[in-house]
Design a protein around this ligand. Structure first.
Ligand SMILES: Cc1cc2nc3c(=O)[nH]c(=O)nc-3n(C[C@H](O)[C@H](O)[C@H](O)COP(=O)(O)O)c2cc1C
Length: 220
């Protein structure tokens, strides 16, 4: 599919690095609810190192996965306003750049409940009171790398405030928040999950500043 789109200049950075998000600016007729959006196959940008900004005194951290950059841009905007630390979720075998191949791998993983191996060092999260969890919606629920993160590291979220945000293809949040809650509950982890996540269409994340600010204010 030829990607016809308006030229969108992304000035936001994440952990000092530039962001690529190919669905930004695509009009609805080409965007087709995110169907067909490629990535460079490196979750999120082959030119970047995995985003990681960890400071000694921060009380908030944004932990996110993004395949094609839209959720990453949301994470960058939230980080800019809140000053939160940043940690990108990285899978051992990145999803393919080709959308259909990604979809078929994701379908297989879902049917077999075989979620991806992660390849990242997760710091001790004790210092954080609040954890923003960012992910794209896949098949009306969490993208699998976030599921894998919660399976592997959910016990580190004990007693914290969890604030979900996501980009999606226009079909909304699905059962993603319930899914976070269920995975943590199954692990015996009590956390305070904010029930009104930020939900933004993947092709409009660059124009969501007002919504993001309003949503952040609603957390207080
Ligand atoms: C495997 C896969 C499944 C998806 N399933 C859905 C879905 O069920 N509902 C939806 O609204 N969007 C769906 N999308 C679209 C993405 O949620 C959307 O493009 C999102 O903005 C991508 O975020 P990212 O650029 O951070 O990876 C899907 C995308 C992929 C790759």
């Amino acid at each position: 599919m030829a990607l016809v789109k308006r030229n969108v200049q992304i000035t936001d950075k994440i952990a000092g690095q530039s962001i690529q998000a190919p669905q930004l600016g695509m009009p609805a007729v080409q965007w087709r609810n995110g169907y067909g959006v490629p990535s460079d196959g490196q979750d999120t940008n082959s030119k970047n190192k995995p985003a990681r900004l960890l400071t000694r005194n921060a009380k908030e951290i944004i932990i996110y996965f993004s395949r094609s950059g839209s959720t990453e841009l949301l994470a960058a905007k939230i980080a800019k306003i809140t000053g939160a630390d940043v940690l990108e979720i990285v899978v051992d075998k990145p999803y393919p750049g080709n959308y259909r191949q990604t979809l078929s791998r994701a379908n297989f993983e879902r049917q077999t409940e075989s979620y991806p191996e992660l390849k990242m060092a997760v710091p001790n999260l004790d210092q954080y009171e609040c954890v923003y969890l960012g992910f794209p919606i896949w098949a009306m629920t969490l993208a699998h790398p976030m599921t894998a993160f919660l399976f592997d590291y959910g016990n580190q979220l004990k007693q914290k405030q969890i604030i979900p945000f996501m980009s999606e293809g226009g079909y909304g949040q699905g059962n993603s928040v319930q899914q976070i809650s269920q995975i943590l509950r199954q692990r015996g982890v009590k956390a305070d999950i904010f029930p009104r996540p930020l939900v933004i269409d993947g092709n409009k994340v660059d124009r969501a500043d007002y919504q993001i600010e309003r949503w952040l204010k609603s957390l207080n």
